[in-house]
Design a protein around this ligand. Structure first.
Ligand code: MTE
Ligand code: HPA
Ligand code: MOS
Length: 773
């Protein structure tokens, strides 16, 4: 990775510039909300959570809570002047504080406001609640059996003659796969600090991916207009989708208390309460019926995607939609019908998580590829290749968008060669034949991920750029920084546009007061959208400066050229700062608001047709594992990745995103297991029981490469491609490698069909199944 290191002052597009917060992270000077100096008299809020999965609330006795030391008051639904709702889908199905009924274990009942956080937390536990229990169902199968409603409208994507295709297929496989959820495990938990101002004003400092929505929610809850609410985000200590909507409630509670008592108020749940009371990745159960032939070519697919949505809609609609959008991964289906079932369950409302349903859709797809391979006794890679989208034909997706930028063949060929896949697979087959206890597996899986929000109106962004008299530049854009390197990328865009060093660009905290009506920083599109908006702002200022230079030096505009460090006017070089200073004296506006809307995209959900994605990002990975057939324990020995980020804006950041995304995906698919007990309580709500990957779980051989030849066919910023989410799905190769190792026990004759996460227990059970035990 040394070749990617570069000093921060060398700045332009496409260079490996280090993360602007990097030095601050390692020296502990990066400021998070909990590091901010608290205004005098700051109060602290803590949530009291329900201890029933589904029940009527018969009565709540707050007496002991109110009498506890340090308690200022109790905040209940009755204290809400506006709406008791933070539903991001605007279905009004997500109360801040439960009224009448609780729908999951951990649902907020009320908040205690106290002089310290510790006192608030202790007091919250003193409440006496009387419940009348109702029947509950916490998982997909139980919800299906109980006939639960859907939390939002399901989606169907259909193309071709599915029934006829299935009936005419020489071979057929039916099955189902259970795919587990995932806790975000951001290092910085949910937090908000609200500071009351004059009139109706309130300023919120939050850890959110979506400041504009927090603004909207706080206004609705307080019953005031949006202009009275300002939301600021310096950075998050990780979001991963868990702060796209889940910060709303915390910001609302802090703001409610701040306005009620006219004192600042901060709220930060403990890790176990954060894990219990905030949404996660959706678990899915996918039931499928696939027709194929002797060559492994798929003829028809029919599948239903049941998802644990939790008690309210939140983002379950778009998440389950995206699962269907990735039911094809990189494969062409001559006939296909896929349907979503976002099921009401008595669990916390599930939400966005890196990949946003796409990973679950792809995992299911790779499962039937595996079934076909074992059914035919072939290497799954051959089945994958036999079904890849073509470049000119066989390229229409289940949502009727043609894949126009297909590079999966080259990506897969290159990583197959660079990883020495064929020779290693042959060696592994030989090794397994002679090794009774330890078994190895290897797998190569592809990724094709659609870039754009499927909610078309989300694909817009704004920026506000000021150039000061000394030539220094102030950059605000609508995106938020959660560690992904968005700010440094947008700063690079601006430095490149003006031809100045990165040290001339100051990246401001995100605030609703400077760039309004922003979208969540999500769907991997932060740099695509905000990079373009910043560039647009820069172009406006540059055009004014150029016209000014031409006038000042009596030159043709055609003779004025932007060069590194300033402007060339004929044979005269004018340094940037000098140009700016003279422009000011000549009353030239040195500030501009930029805007961008993604072109080409459209989507009609009712008909399941459109062009929802601007382009696709591709990648492929090869994983090798060794399992112990006596214990089920395993190690990931080696991983080779080739990933497509178009023309990288910043190779150092992009490699980091690919490494981090892969490891996070590996955690999701292997060790991170969410367990709800029969009372509906989440039992894995701390690092003692919920196992994310450790540094020691990083494969000892981990070769990560960018497809350096790739250039986005669409005119995106610098011809780059989005990188945040797609690499997570590269981790599916770990599951497939584990499958091969398990299947070796029965001489690869039986499809192992491991559910995820493939924990050591599941590997052991798989081995036992193979042995017929
Ligand atoms: N990387 C870090 N370090 N921390 C994060 O929280 N979130 C991921 C990804 N990479 C995340 C991350 C998710 S879910 C998304 S959608 C993108 O970053 C969002 O940022 P971008 O659009 O700027 O890529
Ligand atoms: N991805 C991530 N977040 C979103 C999306 C999406 O497609 N749509 C709405 N929020
Ligand atoms: Mo990412 S799940 O789109 O925040």
């Amino acid at each position: 990775m040394n070749k990617h290191e570069a000093p921060i002052s060398i700045a332009s597009l496409h260079t490996a510039t280090r993360h602007d917060s990097g030095p601050k992270h390692v020296t502990g000077t990066a400021e998070y909300v909990d590091d901010m100096i608290e205004p005098a008299g700051t109060m602290h809020a803590y949530l009291a959570l329900s201890t029933r999965a589904h029940a009527e609330i018969v009565g709540i006795d707050y007496e002991a809570v109110r009498a506890a030391p340090g308690v200022i008051g109790v905040l209940t639904a009755e204290d809400i002047p506006g709406e008791n709702d933070v539903s991001p889908s605007h279905k009004h199905d997500e109360p801040i504080f439960a009224i009448g009924k609780v729908h999951f274990w951990g649902q907020p009942l009320f908040a205690v406001i106290a002089e310290t956080r510790d006192l608030a937390r202790r007091a919250a536990h003193l409440v006496k609640v009387e419940y009348r229990d109702l029947p509950h169902a916490t998982n997909v199968r139980a919800a299906q059996a109980a006939g639960h409603k859907l939390v939002t409208e399901p989606l169907k994507l259909e193309r071709g003659e599915v029934e006829a295709g299935l009936a005419a297929s020489p071979r057929r496989v039916k099955g189902s796969i259970e795919i587990g959820g995932q806790d975000h495990f951001y290092l910085e938990g949910q937090i908000s600090l609200a500071v009351p101002g004059e009139d109706e004003d309130v300023t919120v400092f939050a850890s959110t991916q979506h400041p504009s929505e927090v603004q909207l929610m706080v206004a609705a809850v307080l019953g005031i207009r949006q202009h009275a609410v300002t939301v600021n985000v310096r950075r998050m200590g990780g979001g991963f989708g868990g702060k796209e909507t889940q910060g709303n409630l915390f910001a609302a509670v802090a703001a409610l208390a701040a306005k009620k008592w006219n004192r600042a108020c901060k709220i930060r749940p403990d890790r176990d309460d954060d894990m219990t009371a905030t949404g996660k990745r959706h678990d899915f159960v996918v039931d499928y019926d696939v027709g194929y032939d002797e060559t492994g070519k798929i003829h028809a697919v029919d599948a239903v995607y049941g998802a644990r949505a939790g008690f309210s809609s939140d983002l379950s609609g778009p998440v389950t939609d995206r699962a269907l959008f990735h039911a094809d991964n990189a494969y062409w289906y001559p006939a296909v019908r896929v349907r979503s079932e976002p099921l009401y369950t008595n669990t916390v409302s599930n939400t966005a998580f890196r990949g946003f349903g796409g990973p679950q859709g792809m995992m299911a797809c790779e499962r039937w590829i595996e079934d076909i391979a074992y059914g035919l006794g072939k290497d799954p890679l051959d089945i994958r290749k036999a079904n890849f989208y073509g470049t000119d034909t066989n390229n229409v997706t289940p949502y009727h968008q043609a894949v126009e930028d297909n590079i999966i063949h080259r990506i897969v060929d290159e990583v197959e060669t660079s990883s020495d896949y064929q020779a290693r697979r042959a060696a592994i087959l030989k090794y397994n034949a002679g090794s009774p206890i330890l078994k190895k597996g290897i797998a190569l899986t592809p990724v094709k991920f659609g870039i754009s929000f499927t909610a078309t109106w989300y694909n817009q962004a704004g920026a506000l750029v000021h150039v000061y008299k000394d030539g220094s530049i102030h950059l605000s854009h609508g995106g938020t920084e959660m560690g992904q390197g968005l700010h440094i990328k947008v700063a690079q865009v601006l430095a490149d546009a003006f031809g100045v060093g990165l040290d001339s660009v100051k990246i401001m905290a995100t605030t609703t007061g400077k760039v309004p009506n922003t979208s969540a920083t999500a769907a991997s599109s932060g740099s695509d959208l905000n990079g373009m908006a910043a560039w647009d702002a820069a172009e406006q200022i540059k055009a004014r400066l150029l016209a000014h230079a031409a006038k000042l030096y009596d030159a043709d505009e055609g003779d004025c050229h932007w060069v590194q460090g300033g402007m060339q006017v004929g044979r005269k070089f004018v340094p940037f700062a000098e140009l700016v200073a003279s422009a000011y004296l000549n009353r030239v506006q040195l500030s501009a608001a930029g805007f961008y809307e993604t072109p080409k995209i459209h989507w009609d959900r009712a008909t399941g047709r459109g062009h929802p994605f601007y382009y696709f990002a591709y990648g492929a990975s090869v994983s090798e594992v060794t399992i112990d057939t006596l214990t089920g324990e395993y190690v990931v020995d080696r991983v080779d990745i080739l990933h497509d980020v178009g023309k990288s804006l910043n190779p150092a950041i992009d490699i980091g995103q690919i490494e981090g995304g892969f490891i996070q995906g590996m955690g999701w698919l292997t060790t991170e297991e969410l367990v709800w007990d029969d009372k509906g309580q989440l039992r894995t709500m701390a690092p003692s029981t919920y196992k994310i990957p450790l540094a020691s779980d990083v494969p000892p051989i981990f070769n990560v490469k960018l497809a350096e030849w790739s250039v986005n066919a669409e005119p995106t910023i610098g011809r780059s491609k989005a990188v945040g989410e797609p690499p997570l799905m590269l981790a599916i190769s770990v599951v497939e490698a584990l499958s091969m190792a398990v299947a070796s026990v029965a001489d690869y004759k039986i499809a192992p069909r491991l559910d995820t996460p493939v924990t050591p227990e599941r590997v052991l059970m798989g081995v036992q199944r193979m042995k017929g035990v």
